[in-house]
Ligand binder design. Structure first.
Ligand code: COA
Length: 326
């Protein structure tokens, strides 16, 4: 069976920086509280005229440039997002148009903060089956437009950004070893945006009560996240007959430094080998894993030959892990 490899990557974050000190001026919070409880110092905020597809396109162009391929040669574009440009058409179709990827099929995938890993697994299947040669998997989010800026329990956490990877067939036995995905829909209400869809359509009440923004049960989410991330990491390692010490770099979803430290402790994994950038960007949902990955490739930490473990967790609930021989 042909393996899929990550042939190139790219990422993009908007220019505007919103620091904890900026938030201190808007809500009852402090830099000390946010940093201590989450590890986040600042996040990026899309400008008024930037939508999710704009962020996605910038990350995609960088990935195509790094891979040395033109947009016309793309077979498939998958955009993982919780904040599409509009309900339909898909953000992936808008990205396809902006890139000029005229030969590609395009669709969105919704799995909240685990969206990138879910999309990676789909793209991988198309390469493995021999159906496609060039698949662009993008995680892109404008979380700032799903955020209730009056809710200090959630507005401190999220930020905007995009990351993209180009999947191609591997010519060796290196590549994506496996992807492991899980969901527990019974816990859907731990993190959700209840209003604005078909269950509670847009109305004055939705806007007044800000039902079109993120609701989260932080404490419960925290505990489930630690437990599930540990379990799925062990599942991915054992599927490839690896132990934690075989992993050169762990690239986790960037939700909270305390979640990451707890998972590292349980896995007996050294924190120095985790790619962490949540201090700069907060939780960028589906964008966080490809954004962290691309930054670490570009600054020379991740190199060809490294064994990587991707880990993600998010609303749904959804969670997953993937071992990649890069
Ligand atoms: N600034 C200052 N105080 C704050 C605050 C803020 N931004 N947000 C909450 N507080 C207060 C609360 O009001 C509460 O005060 P009280 O005891 O007087 O009511 C106190 O801090 C503790 O609140 P709590 O919600 O229990 O804090 P916590 O330790 O659980 O931390 C999170 C909150 C959100 C940081 C934490 O629960 C978390 O990160 N959960 C996981 C969330 C996550 O990762 N979601 C995305 C998954 S993809």
């Amino acid at each position: 069976m042909i393996k899929a490899r990550i042939a190139a990557s790219g990422s993009y974050v908007p220019e505007t920086v919103l620091t904890n000190h900026d938030l201190e001026k808007k809500i009852d919070t402090s830099d000390e509280w946010i940093l201590g409880r989450t590890g986040i110092r600042e996040r990026r905020i899309a400008s008024k005229d930037e939508s999710t597809s704009d962020l996605a396109v910038k990350a995609a162009r960088r990935a195509l440039e790094a891979g040395g391929i033109s947009a016309e040669t793309l077979d498939l574009i998958i955009v993982a997002t919780s904040m599409p440009d509009m309900f339909f058409p898909s953000t992936a179709c808008i990205v396809q148009d902006k890139l000029g990827a005229t030969g590609a099929a395009a669709f969105d995938l919704s799995a909240a903060c685990s969206g990138f890993l879910y999309a990676l697994s789909v793209g991988e299947q198309y390469i493995r089956s021999g159906t496609y040669q060039n698949v662009l998997v993008i995680g892109a989010e404008v979380m700032s437009r799903l955020t209730n800026w009056d809710d200090r329990r959630t507005c401190i956490l999220f930020g905007d950004g995009a990351g993209a990877v180009l999947l191609s067939p591997s010519k060796s036995d290196r590549g994506i070893a496996s992807v492991h995905l899980h969901s527990d829909g019974s816990l859907w209400d731990l993190i959700c945006v209840p209003g604005g869809g078909s269950a509670i359509p847009p109305s004055e009440k939705v806007l007044l009560e800000q039902l079109n923004t993120i609701r989260m049960k932080g404490n419960e989410t925290f505990k489930v996240a630690v437990r599930n991330l540990e379990e799925v990491a062990l599942q991915a390692l054992s599927a490839d007959n690896l132990s934690a010490s075989d992993i050169d770099w762990l690239i986790p979803h960037q939700a909270n430094i305390r979640i990451l430290k707890a998972v590292a402790n349980r896995l007996k994994f050294p924190q120095e080998k985790m790619i962490i950038n949540l201090d700069k960007y907060g939780n960028t949902s589906a964008a966080s894993v490809p954004l962290a990955f691309d930054e670490a490739v570009r600054d020379g930490r991740i190199n060809e030959g490294d064994t990587l473990l991707f880990l993600a967790f998010g609303g749904g609930l959804t969670w997953g892990a993937s071992v990649v021989h890069y």
